[in-house]
Design a protein around this ligand. Structure first.
Ligand SMILES: [Zn+2]
Length: 243
């Protein structure tokens, strides 16, 4: 792996690029959650072509890097293990060592008892705890009532995922939601529920699908964008990892 620099003094854009070669078909640029820019290209591709490609995308890359910084600032306290999010609200975390692992909410504080007070261990206990909450189930039930086009109430199961907020299996009449939805504001969980419920009728993202979604949630575009931004960023901050 090589590292090269993109430096455009005319607009104050300057960043390092990690360059990897392999059996790749195209030139690809990635900005991860820690702000590392990587370009991958076929080993036979001329370096000048790779450099020119990255240069042509410098403003897009820079915008992404700024987004990473904003995210890191927004979730700095989560990354330090000082708080968690529940229903869009910040809750202070107090950690103590004990025999079992549990999270109890009391006096607007999340009292976390853990066998091991290591920050990454505590994060895993918190992540598991989201799966035990009934908050998302309640939002889901309300959304099902709003979707009068549904003939049979679908089966709901929960799991933790970094990027997948929900999945719909129309042939099984089943929806899987991310337990982490309990961390965000209610309308974010709602938008994911309604999206997946509309997939029971139209499995793909076609015009009919969006017409139906628009009908049940006129503001879906705004909330969908917020959900896609909030949950993976929060997951990364909680688990202290890149994207
Ligand atoms: Zn979808």
């Amino acid at each position: 792996m090589k590292v090269f620099k993109i430096d455009d003094t005319s607009c104050g854009i300057c960043f390092d690029v990690h360059y990897i070669t392999g059996n790749y078909k195209n030139i690809n640029i990635r900005v991860n959650g820690s702000g590392v820019v990587t370009v991958s290209a076929n080993r036979r591709t001329d370096f000048d072509r790779v450099y020119d490609f990255v240069w042509s995308k410098r403003k897009w890359i820079y915008r992404n890097l700024q987004r990473v910084v904003t995210r890191q600032n927004n979730f700095a306290d989560v990354m330090r293990g000082e708080c968690l999010y529940l229903s869009g609200k910040k809750i202070p975390v107090s950690v103590k060592k004990g025999k079992g692992n549990k999270v109890v909410l009391s006096d607007e504080t999340a009292q976390v008892t853990v066998r091991n007070t290591d920050i990454s261990y505590v994060a895993k206990v918190i992540l598991k705890w989201y799966g035990q909450l009934t908050y998302v189930q309640r939002i889901f039930d309300r959304c099902v009532e709003r979707c009068t086009f549904i003939a049979h109430v679908p089966h709901l199961s929960m799991r933790i995922s970094k990027n997948r907020l929900g999945t719909c299996y129309p042939s099984q009449n089943k929806i899987v939601l991310n337990s982490l939805l309990a961390a965000g504001e209610e309308h974010l969980a709602e938008t994911v529920c309604l999206h997946e419920l509309c997939h029971l009728i139209y499995s793909g993202h076609n015009k009919n699908f969006y017409t139906l979604l628009q009908k049940v949630q006129p503001d879906y575009k705004k909330y969908q964008k917020q959900a896609k931004e909030f949950f993976p960023s929060y997951y990364n901050a909680l688990m202290q990892c890149g994207q």
